[in-house]
Structures are given as C-alpha cells and as structure tokens.
Design a protein around this ligand. Structure first.
Ligand SMILES: C[S@@+](CC[C@H](N)C(=O)[O-])C[C@H]1O[C@@H](n2cnc3c(N)ncnc32)[C@H](O)[C@@H]1O
Length: 284
C-alpha cells in the first residue's frame, strides 16, 4: 500500500472473483440480491455519480459531523457498499487523522491510496468481524437502493456498529423523475410508460423506490438516535441549465443518466431531475 496521498484515485473493481452473466457484464460472486454489475463500465458510472453528488451536497460529510470528526484524534469511519471506494478515498484524504474502512461485495484495489484507508470484501448483512460492534464514529451508506431489500434491517445493523455519539449518514435517490416541479408521469406520456416498466422491474426485485422516506421515519422514531436531519435535493440528469452549478452537476451525472433504461428517448429530458435524500443522525 502506498502513502502517496495526493495521487489517490478511485479504481476499477478487481476482476478476480466476479461472475459473467449472459448480458456480458460482470457481477459480484457473493450474493444475487444486488441487481447491478461490478465492471469497468459500472465503475465509471459510479465515479461520475459521486462527482455529481458532491456538487449537489457541497461536501463529502455534512458540516456539523465533519467538525465533530475533526475534533477527535483518530475517528473510525465505515463506508458501507463503498463501490469503487471513491468516497472512502476522498474522506481519508480530507480527514488524514481518520481510519477509514470501505466494504463491498466486490474487491477493489486502488493503485495508490492513503495509508489510513483499507478495503474489505464483505456482505454487510452477514456476521460482523470481531471488534466492529460499537466501534465506529461515522458510518456512511450511499446508494444501496439496488441491493438492500429491508432498510429497517440494515439500519438496525448499522446502529450496532456505532459508538455512543457516533454518526450515521444515509444517501439514497428516490426512483422517480420530475420535470419543472411536476411528476413526469403526469406531464410526459412516453416517459410515463418507461417509468412504469422500470417500477414493475423494481417491484419484481422487491426494491423500494423511495427508501430515504423509510430511513428518515425510522431514525426519527428510534429513541437510540438524536439530531436527525433529512433533506432532499434535486439532481439534474443532464447539463441543460444556464446556472453553472446545475450545468456542472448535470454534466457530471450524464454518463450515469445515459445508463438509465430508455433515457435517451425520454421526452422533456432537458429539465429532468431526480430527488436525492441526504439523512444524518447521531447515536445517543
Ligand atoms: C450503487 S453502488 C454505490 C457505491 C458507493 N456507495 C457510491 O455511492 O459510489 C452500491 C454498492 O453497494 C454494494 N452492496 C450492495 N449490497 C451490499 C451488501 N449487502 N453488503 C456490502 N455491499 C453491498 C454493491 O456491491 C455496490 O458496489
């Protein structure tokens, strides 16, 4: 492992132990619940999505939590379902005193990464390694929508990992497009049919199209948590705005948008947005 912090870069997934499906794409070999591939094309999609999300939310870690982590000498951070590891790597650079662990169903091995980050191949729904319970100052889980069928179960497990006063961050999109403030199903008939197909597929796979809503309610009702903050912000799906920030976000998100089934044929796509939940809370 290198300590060349300045050149840390997210990586592709390690090709070992991936299985090839009939569609020619590579998938994890741990379980079948996670619906998306784990190959170079997917890595590029995730990295562009990360860039767009950082512009949307303005930071890797919301400010009150970042200050709390900065005040500690060696905070322990877990990135659940870390994908290419891009968030883990950037957080490890931004908080050099932190110790960051990224876990995913697939292995990753970035060429150069800071010595305060490590990656493990692991299913977060399986037994935790020794020493994990009650040991993390921050647990971050982003975009697990296509993998987790029961978010209440995930949250109860992540809660067990947090120290008292430890923080949880959950970021999840709502699988519904809007245009000019209106649900596209109401204003774009062609898109409406496309969305119906996508939602049917999600139903079949048991995927909740709006897990953020459940997560926010779960944390607010759970007496183990305090200071629950939940917000949704709109992610532009393509660079069609005179506003420089919206343009940059849409541009960063475009490779990801183009991978959405039928996106290139969507009508009114110039103003399409996807709401994204950012939720954080502190364990008592
Ligand atoms: C859409 S990707 C998001 C990756 C990363 N969090 C990001 O935002 O860039 C979801 C990731 O979660 C991982 N994942 C899904 N279910 C998981 C589980 N049960 N345990 C660990 N990782 C899981 C997948 O392998 C995939 O890499």
């Amino acid at each position: 492992m290198s300590t060349k912090v300045e050149s840390a870069r997210p990586t592709r997934f390690t090709a070992q132990h991936l299985r090839k499906e009939q569609d020619g794409r590579l998938y994890n070999d741990v379980q079948n619940d996670y619906a998306l591939p784990a190959d170079q094309e997917e890595a590029e999609r995730l990295n562009s999505q990360h860039k767009a999300l950082i512009i949307l939310f303005g930071s890797l870690v919301p400010e009150p939590l970042k200050s709390s982590l900065l005040s500690q000498s060696s905070p322990r951070i877990l990135d659940v379902g870390c994908g290419t590891g891009i968030w883990s790597l950037e957080v490890a650079q931004e908080l050099p005193q932190a110790r960051v662990t990224g876990v995913d169903l697939v292995s990753i091995n970035p060429p150069n990464y800071p010595s305060n980050v490590k990656f493990e191949k692991r299913d977060i729904l399986e037994d935790f390694p020794k020493g994990w319970e009650g040991s993390f100052d921050l647990v971050h889980a982003r975009y697990l929508i296509a993998g987790i069928r029961d978010f209440s179960l995930l949250l109860s497990r992540l809660t067990r990992l947090l120290k008292p006063q430890g923080h949880l961050i959950i970021i999840e999109p709502r699988a519904q497009f809007y245009t000019n403030g209106a649900d596209v199903r109401q204003v774009c008939p062609r898109t409406s049919r496309l969305i119906a197909v996508v939602q049917e597929a999600m139903d079949r796979l048991g995927i909740d199209p709006n897990p953020g809503k459940k997560v926010s309610a779960y944390l607010r009702e759970n007496t183990e948590y305090q200071d629950v903050t939940a917000q949704t912000l709109d992610m532009p799906l393509s660079p069609r705005s005179d506003d420089p920030k919206l343009f940059q976000m849409g541009l960063a998100h475009l490779p990801n948008s183009l991978s959405l089934p039928g996106f290139p044929t969507i009508d009114s796509r110039e103003k399409l947005v996807l709401p994204v939940w950012l939720i954080w809370a502190t364990r008592k």
